[in-house]
Design a protein around this ligand. Structure first.
Ligand code: GDP
Length: 371
C-alpha cells in the first residue's frame, strides 16, 4: 500500500520524506518493497508485537509497513504541463492514497510561493490541478461512451454519472465528495480519477508550536489559526488532519528507540507525529493486521478489512491459501488476559475458523493447510 506525498513547493515535503526514510523499516524482510530514491518504507507502530514477541521469546519481530512516495513537481499549472507536469500526475495515479503536506509554519527566510501562509488557499491550488487533470479524463471518457452508445444502451448509466461528475469537478470539488450509488462507485473506479483517492492532510507546524501540541495530546492546536483553518477545510470534505513538525520528525527519526521515548517525553508527547501519521494512513486505507507468533518471529500481516481467512493465509504463502484447511485463532486481547496460548485454549478462546471466516484486527493466527 502506497501513499503519495504532495504539496506546494517549500511546505516541508522533502523534510518529512527524509524523516520517513531515516525512520525506515528494515527492508530485508520485505522482498517486494520497491527501493527507489523516491520511495520510503516505514513500519506501522504496533505495541502488540512487542508483547507477543516477549510471550513467545521470538527472535525477530516484523511489523507491517506502509510505503510513501515523494511526488515532487506539483505546482500551479502542472495539469497543463508546467513544472514536471504530467510526470507527477502519472506518479499520483499509482498510489492508493494521498498525503497532502500543508505549510502551517511561518518563517521569513523560507519563501512561500504565494507570498504568505494560507492553508486552504494552498490546498485548493494543488487540489485544482488534480481536478483539472480529472476533468480531462472524464471529458475524454464521455466522448468515447457517446460514440459507443448506439451499440450499447447500458452505457447510458455511465454517461449520466460522467456528466454529473463533470459538473461536480467543474465546481472545484474533488470526485471523492460526490455521492454515488455502489454501482456508480464501481463505474467511477474504472475511470482512475486522481481526486477520488482518499486524502490525509499533514499540517506542518513550526518547532515553537509543538509545545502547544504537547500541552494537550488531542491535536487541539486552537492556538494556531492555520491549523484551525485547515481542519475546517478538511473536515468539510470528510478528510483528516494530522499535525506534525517535519523538522522535529527528521530529528526524532534518527534516534534509537530508547532515546526516542526520552526525546518525546521531554517534549511532552506520547507519540511522534510520524507514528501518528502512519497509523492514520493505515486506517484511511482500510487496513488491519492479523498476527502470527512463534519462537522464530512475531509478525503483523496487512490485510484489508473484510478479508476472509484463506486469502489472509495467502499473504504468507500462496500454498497456505490453496491448501487452506482452517485457521486457529485467538483474539490478541484474550491471549493477553489469560497469559498463555494454552490458558486461552483451556478457556475455549482459541477458535477453529473455516473458509468463510472474516479476519479481525489483532487475530493471533495459526493456519492449518495441506499441500
Ligand atoms: P518541499 O519543497 O515541500 O520539499 O520543502 P522542504 O522540505 O525542502 O522545506 C522547505 C524549507 O522549509 C526547508 O528550508 C526546510 O528546512 C524548512 N522546513 C520544513 N519543515 C519545517 C518545519 O517544520 N519548521 C521550520 N521552521 N522549517 C521547516
Amino acid at each position: 500500500m502506497k501513499l503519495g506525498i504532495v504539496g506546494l513547493p517549500n511546505v516541508g515535503k522533502s523534510t518529512l520524506f527524509n524523516a520517513i526514510t531515516k525512520a525506515g523499516a528494515e527492508c530485508a524482510n520485505y522482498p517486494f518493497c520497491t527501493i527507489e530514491p523516491n520511495v520510503g518504507v516505514v513500519s506501522v507502530p504496533d505495541e502488540r508485537l512487542i508483547k507477543l514477541a516477549q510471550m513467545y521469546s521470538s527472535q525477530k519481530t516484523i511489523p507491517a509497513i506502509i510505503e510513501f512516495v515523494d511526488i515532487a513537481g506539483l505546482v500551479k499549472g502542472a495539469s497543463r504541463g508546467e513544472g514536471l507536469g504530467n510526470k507527477f500526475l502519472s506518479h499520483i495515479r499509482e498510489v492508493d492514497a494521498i498525503l497532502h503536506v500543508v505549510r502551517c509554519f511561518e518563517d521569513g527566510n523560507i519563501i512561500h510561493v504565494d507570498g504568505s501562509i494560507g492553508p486552504s488557499r494552498d490546498v485548493e491550488t494543488i487540489s485544482l490541478e488534480l481536478i483539472f487533470a480529472d476533468m480531462e479524463l472524464v471529458e475524454r471518457r464521455v466522448d468515447r461512451c457517446r460514440k459507443m452508445l448506439k451499440g450499447d444502451k447500458g452505457l447510458q448509466i455511465e454517461i449520466n454519472l460522467l456528466d454529473r461528475l463533470l459538473v461536480h469537478l467543474e465546481s472545484g470539488k474533488p470526485a471523492r465528495t460526490l455521492e454515488m450509488t455502489p454501482e456508480e462507485a464501481d463505474l467511477a473506479r474504472g475511470v482512475f480519477l486522481l481526486t477520488s483517492k482518499p486524502v490525509i492532510y499533514a499540517a506542518n507546524i513550526s518547532e515553537d508550536d509543538i509545545v502547544d501540541l504537547a500541552s494537550d495530546d488531542s491535536d487541539d492546536t486552537s492556538g494556531n489559526p492555520f491549523i484551525v483553518e485547515l481542519k475546517k477545510f478538511a473536515h468539510g470534505e470528510g478528510s483528516e488532519v494530522i499535525v506534525v513538525c517535519a523538522k522535529i520528525e527528521e530529528e526524532i527519526a534518527q534516534l534509537e528507540d530508547a532515546e526516542k521515548s526520552d526525546f518525546l517525553e521531554a517534549l511532552g508527547l506520547k507519540e511522534s507525529g510520524l507514528d501518528k501519521l502512519v497509523r492514520a494512513s493505515y486506517k484511511l486505507l482500510g487496513l488491519i493486521s492479523y498476527l502470527t507468533a512463534g519462537p522464530q518471529e512475531t509478525r503483523a500481516w496487512t490485510i484489508t478489512k473484510g478479508t476472509r481467512a484463506p486469502q489472509a493465509a495467502g499473504k504468507i504463502h500462496t500454498d497456505f491459501e490453496k491448501g487452506f484447511i482452517r485457521a486457529e485463532i485467538v483474539a490478541y486481547d484474550d491471549l493477553m488476559t489469560f497469559g498463555t496460548y494454552v490458558a486461552a485454549k483451556e478457556k475455549g478462546l482459541v477458535r477453529s475458523e473455516g473458509k468463510e471466516y472474516v479476519m479481525k484486527d489483532g487475530d493471533v493466527t495459526l493456519f492449518r493447510f495441506n499441500v
